[in-house]
Design a protein around this ligand. Structure first.
Ligand code: TXA
Ligand code: MG
Length: 339
């Protein structure tokens, strides 16, 4: 489909959201905005439609999808044995950036859960996403709308840049608020286990349901031969085209080390930018929250300016810093330089 300007990005008018809902009902793909990142959606109850997602992204078939819903009734249709913690969490954080992994019901196609007996579900808060789900009347299966391995898209242009004419319909919804993906929490194990840090922090979850486990893969590499709790953990992710290195150590030593990298692109918080005057700097914002919001766009900007080497200080692993750290170590292929 081509819009009036000959492009594939459509403003989120009622009419266009209705068209997108029809494409989904007919088994096709559309990209749509959420508050975290853009999603590549298909009818989550239609296995054949969902297989198109894997094909378009080049996604490994053992990496399951998240189902996006607009009501708690939909949750109860998709999941079994829902524990009371799920309701406490949905009450507090839905609609929003929290994905819950629960035991799946029989109506969830195999391909969505990649053969697991659990399914990941979330209710997004972006009004365009909610409207689309309601109009389609279906759970929408949607991974981030990027080619597998690339940084997740936080604008419609990022999506179009990755797929080009292979994806005909992208709903425009502005820049994503959160800027990195939802938190994935499994309630199918006891105690609950954080599988991916994201828009809702571990500290915020613990305030509601008490202590949770943080999966080891969130912070480090997965040991060879072990089975990860979340299949997505084992793949290199979010990688820019250039080589990204994280730098860890005393702040002044980190600055000195990065200052020796005259030809590289340096990522840093605004407060540190003054130390790198005359360098190729991409600032990530004023604090960890802004840095989380800007990180994927920054990695894409590094690509756009042809960066071959990129250096970034290791962020603090608390609050949104945990999610930022998790995305950075994956984007860097776990290359951390200790100075
Ligand atoms: O914010 C988000 O969550 C975005 C937007 C579009 O909603 N979606 C997203 O989807 O990030 P994706 O496919 O890029 O990431 C889904 C993650 C993967 O790491 C996958 O392995 C994990 O969730 N996952 C899905 N189902 C699972 C399950 N049943 N058990 C464990 N992990 C699961
Ligand atoms: Mg993704």
């Amino acid at each position: 489909m081509i819009n009036m300007e000959g492009g594939r990005i459509f403003p989120p008018t009622e009419q266009n959201i209705e068209i997108a809902a029809d494409i989904l009902k007919e088994g096709g793909l559309v990209a749509f905005p959420t508050e975290t990142v853009y999603g590549l959606g298909a009818n989550g109850l239609d296995g054949a439609a969902c297989s198109l997602i894997y094909k378009a992204k080049g996604r490994p078939s053992d990496n399951p999808l998240i189902l996006h819903i607009s009501s708690v009734e939909m949750l109860e249709m998709l999941c079994c044995d829902i524990p009371k913690e799920a309701y406490s969490l949905t009450q507090k954080f839905w609609p929003g950036a929290l994905t819950l992994v629960l035991k799946k019901s029989d109506i969830v196609p195999h391909i969505v859960s990649a053969g697991l007996d659990t399914v990941a579900v979330r209710m997004p808060s972006h009004p365009v996403a909610l409207d689309l789900i309601r109009r389609a009347g279906l759970p929408i299966a949607a991974p981030s709308a990027n080619i597998s391995g690339r940084p997740s898209p936080t604008t419609a242009l990022h999506v179009d840049g990755d797929f080009g004419e292979d994806l005909g319909f992208i709903l425009e919804g502005g820049q994503c608020d959160v800027g990195l993906e939802s938190t994935v929490l499994s309630l199918a194990v006891s105690p609950p286990r954080l599988l991916r840090p994201g828009g809702v922090t571990a500290e915020e979850i613990e305030e509601v349901i008490g202590s949770i486990d943080i999966d080891r893969a969130v912070l480090g590499e997965i040991e060879k031969g072990s089975i990860p709790s979340s299949p997505g953990m084992k793949y290199r992710h979010y990688a820019p085209k250039g080589e990204l290195y994280l730098v860890e150590g005393d702040p002044s030593a980190v600055t000195d080390f990065m200052k020796a990298k005259k030809n590289a692109v340096l990522l840093c918080l605004e407060s540190d930018a003054a130390s790198f005057e005359g360098y190729n700097v991409i600032t990530l914002g004023r604090d960890l929250g802004e840095a989380a919001h800007n990180i994927f766009a920054a990695l894409r900007t590094a690509d756009d300016i042809g960066a071959t080497e990129i250096y970034c200080p290791v962020p603090k692993r608390e609050g949104l810093g945990l999610a930022l750290y998790n995305r950075l170590i994956k984007a860097a292929g776990h290359r951390v330089i200790r100075v």
